[in-house]
Design a protein. Structure first.
Length: 368
């Protein structure tokens, strides 16, 4: 049996060991599977740390994928309630070379070309929404005659298939402008030119404010293809009007510069106006989009589009058409006609379309 002094020494030694063990347990997370703690934060378990590493790796992978977007990534999920993918980004694999010229001598040759590109009714009905990069030189006078000799459905099909690529190309260019607007410094020279183009600034050599950048983003935005197709068909008579053949005018835009095409029955009370002419059909589409994106008459359209984008909702021609009461003197009757055109021809499906990454082609009609 220990003597009393020895007992006290032994007890003191035991207490010292316990204190050292407790101290070691508090600072060594491996000592007993304890949670790592911080005085000012919630406990972070080893499981959460591993999950954080996984999430970080996933984020890096996502960012890598975003930098390598292809045409296939632009397909919109059927029945999606979100803004169309092709309205938010462009393919990183898009071609940058000039288009190859293709001579088209007949309607049969054009149809054969569509088939070779898998750009036909069968493919569309199967759900393929990829559209080849086609542009064309002009509308031939022969089209005025041919369009009256072929079935109505074929006339519409040719019109839609030739116009749709132009609309998607114009939208792609707008999305590239949006990207620059978002990323460029406020004193960037190209940004300043875009701001002047869209009438945000009075000249093209003044640095923007952050408020002007946001205002610019509301104006520099896409137009849903269904709306553009319906208005082009309505305004150009399916590309058979004199103004379309003579000056690539698909949208009935007025020109007060004195250089426009004069209507046979000009209304003198409206001044010396004409129909604007364009060098190419693509230029006509781009001019139409710039008009809707800058003219005060279409401010409601831009506000609605911005609201839909902010809410990540689909941007559709059917919805935006309701803001076009000032596009025509017919007002609501014009809106109803455009909506009926979209509905009857199922043009809403074209709002899901996206451009191919294949090389672009430029179609040149046989001389009249």
């Amino acid at each position: 049996m220990l003597k009393k002094p020895q007992t006290l020494i032994a007890l003191a030694a035991i207490m010292l060991v316990l204190v050292l063990y407790a101290a070691n347990s508090q600072f060594n997370p491996e000592s007993a599977g304890h949670t790592v703690t911080n005085k000012t934060q919630e406990p972070i378990s080893l499981e959460k740390i591993e999950k954080s590493k996984t999430d970080s790796s996933k984020l890096q992978a996502d960012n890598s994928q975003k930098q390598n977007v292809t045409a296939a990534d632009l397909a919109t999920t059927p029945n999606s309630n979100e803004t169309q993918t092709s309205f938010t980004t462009v393919s990183d694999k898009r071609p940058t070379k000039m288009p190859k010229d293709i001579r088209i001598n007949s309607l049969d040759e054009l149809m054969a070309l569509f088939d070779s590109l898998n750009y036909n009714t069968k493919s569309w009905q199967e759900g393929n929404r990829e559209v080849p990069r086609l542009t064309f030189e002009s509308v031939s006078e022969r089209w005025q005659k041919t369009s009256n000799e072929i079935p109505v459905q074929q006339k519409k099909m040719v019109f839609f298939r030739l116009l749709a690529p132009l609309i998607l190309v114009a939208n792609e260019n707008i999305l590239l402008e949006r990207k620059l607007i978002t990323e460029a410094p406020l004193n960037d020279a190209v940004l300043q030119k875009i701001a002047h183009k869209y009438k945000i600034t009075k000249d093209d050599n003044t640095a923007l404010t952050e408020e002007q950048r946001q205002a610019l983003l509301e104006e520099v935005d896409i137009m849903p293809p269904s709306l553009v197709l319906a208005q082009a068909a309505e305004e150009s008579g399916w590309a058979t009007s004199r103004f379309t053949v003579e000056g690539n005018a698909f949208f009935g835009q007025w020109d007060f510069s004195g250089k426009g095409m004069i209507p046979k029955q000009q209304r003198k009370e409206l001044g010396n106006y004409g129909l604007a002419r364009f060098d190419t059909p693509l230029a006509s589409v781009e001019g139409y989009m710039l008009n809707l994106n800058t003219n005060n008459a279409y401010k409601k359209l831009r506000e609605l589009r911005a609201k839909l984008r902010a809410q990540n909702k689909p941007i559709t021609g059917m919805e935006l058409a309701g803001t076009l009461d000032k596009y025509s003197e017919r007002g609501q009757a014009y809106i109803d006609g455009i909506r009926q055109m979209i509905s009857y021809n199922k043009l809403d499906q074209v709002d899901e379309a996206y451009l191919s990454d294949a090389a672009p082609l430029h179609l040149i009609p046989r001389p009249d």
